[in-house]
Design a protein around this ligand. Sequence first.
Ligand SMILES: *[C@@H]1O[C@H](CO)[C@@H](O)[C@H](O)[C@H]1NC(C)=O
Ligand SMILES: *[C@@H]1O[C@H](CO)[C@@H](O)[C@H](O)[C@H]1NC(C)=O
Ligand SMILES: *[C@@H]1O[C@H](CO)[C@@H](O)[C@H](O)[C@H]1NC(C)=O
Ligand SMILES: *[C@@H]1O[C@H](CO)[C@@H](O)[C@H](O)[C@H]1NC(C)=O
Ligand SMILES: *[C@@H]1O[C@H](CO)[C@@H](O)[C@H](O)[C@H]1NC(C)=O
Length: 405
Amino acid sequence: MSGSQRQGPGPQISTSSIFQKLLETMFILYILIVCVSALTTQPEEQAVASTLCQFHGKHYKAEYRLEGEPVVLKCPLVQSQLEANASSHILLTWRKNNSAQLVPRKEPRMWVGDGALWLLPALREDSDTYICTVRNASHCGEMSTELRVFMNIKASLKLVSYVQVVTLSTSGMLVCPDLRDFLPHRTDAKVRWYKDSVLLDENNSKFVGVGKRLVISNASMEDMGYFTCVLTFSLRGREYNVSRNIELLVKKRREETIPVIISPLETVTASLGSKLTIPCKVFLGPDEDPPFAYVQWMANNSEVPNIYPGGRLMQGDVREYSENNESYIEVPLLFNPVTREDLHTDFTCKVNGKQSHQVLRTTVKEASPTFSWKIALAPLSLVILVLGGMWMHRWWKGRAEKHIL
Ligand SMILES: *[C@@H]1O[C@H](CO)[C@@H](O)[C@H](O)[C@H]1NC(C)=O
Ligand SMILES: *[C@@H]1O[C@H](CO)[C@@H](O)[C@H](O)[C@H]1NC(C)=O
Ligand SMILES: *[C@@H]1O[C@H](CO)[C@@H](O)[C@H](O)[C@H]1NC(C)=O
Ligand SMILES: *[C@@H]1O[C@H](CO)[C@@H](O)[C@H](O)[C@H]1NC(C)=O
Ligand SMILES: *[C@@H]1O[C@H](CO)[C@@H](O)[C@H](O)[C@H]1NC(C)=O
């Protein structure tokens, strides 16, 4: 087609080629417009995506810090340090609540890194609710987190302190909390410990600092108070101190009464051939909430059913009861009947509590025959005495009558 046109006369060729050029130019223009419009609509689409960013709520944990301290505000949506470092394809941005302006702006003391907003140091005017936005190719999420920065004065201590508890008269440990964000950058992490602003050094035998931990030996009530741990770390060629405050509470161990065996006696008397019951009575403590106790009778250090398979001796039912607002547990040992062998057997009542173990030993003695004779003779001697008295009276009477006659 074009070949035939070229063969045609000059002016004709020129008009038709101008028309074609015009068409070509219009086509190119059209393509250009389409391309440009496609490029210009892309930010609009992104804007649409950002309005669809899902808000995941406010993080439960607020950061309460002192002014002048380094603060790392973590975006709760960025799960781990690893994720933050590994995923360069996620975009993390921060802004304050009620503000579209991203933070940080141009302050050199603030930057975004490792899934967090770093403030070195934090100032009081930084106090706000911060919203972090995490965006990748397919998702967008937002979450808010609160930062409150207090004046570095004693009155603020209570607000920024972590409460930790140790038990009275035991050894305990304090842990310098929330340092993890600073430790990956550690080259020579040193933690110093203070109690009420006094440095606890190596000469202190009661408090021994071991890195992030402070060991307290034999905690006493006087140890209660405020402790401060200070970590020194280097970051981007500068050294920083970050401190944490701990309010130490010393609590008494919950008074757990120890079960005490209060009977039987050391020896129990019984007659051979008779039945006998020896109760093992254990005092558990005040009525409310008695401690756990396991009570058991043993014979020659063996369990009763094992040593008396015939059942001549048996352990009776366990009975737990209350008497005058005190709790007891009672387990009887039943003899049916008592034999001579029992006089040579070692009977023990054993109590196992949660933290205690108690044993009470008892032996069976034969009821003494001499003792029972004495008892039998006592009324007889009385009879003899009475009869003798009557005879004497008669004899005197007889003599008196003879005198008169
Ligand atoms: C942001 O600020 C507004 C008004 O001050 C408040 O109602 C809202 O709860 C705040 N948002 C968060 C996540 O704290
Ligand atoms: C984007 O983030 C979401 C949620 O964190 C995740 O499930 C998804 O795999 C991510 N997509 C890409 C392409 O990384
Ligand atoms: C623990 O301290 C108390 C007084 O605070 C003292 O009476 C006790 O002997 C100490 N115990 C030990 C094991 O040092
Ligand atoms: C950190 O604390 C130590 C001891 O108080 C002090 O000597 C040092 O100057 C502090 N460093 C910074 C950067 O504040
Ligand atoms: C317990 O031991 C004593 C001596 O060790 C023995 O005479 C007695 O028969 C034993 N009792 C039983 C029930 O085995």
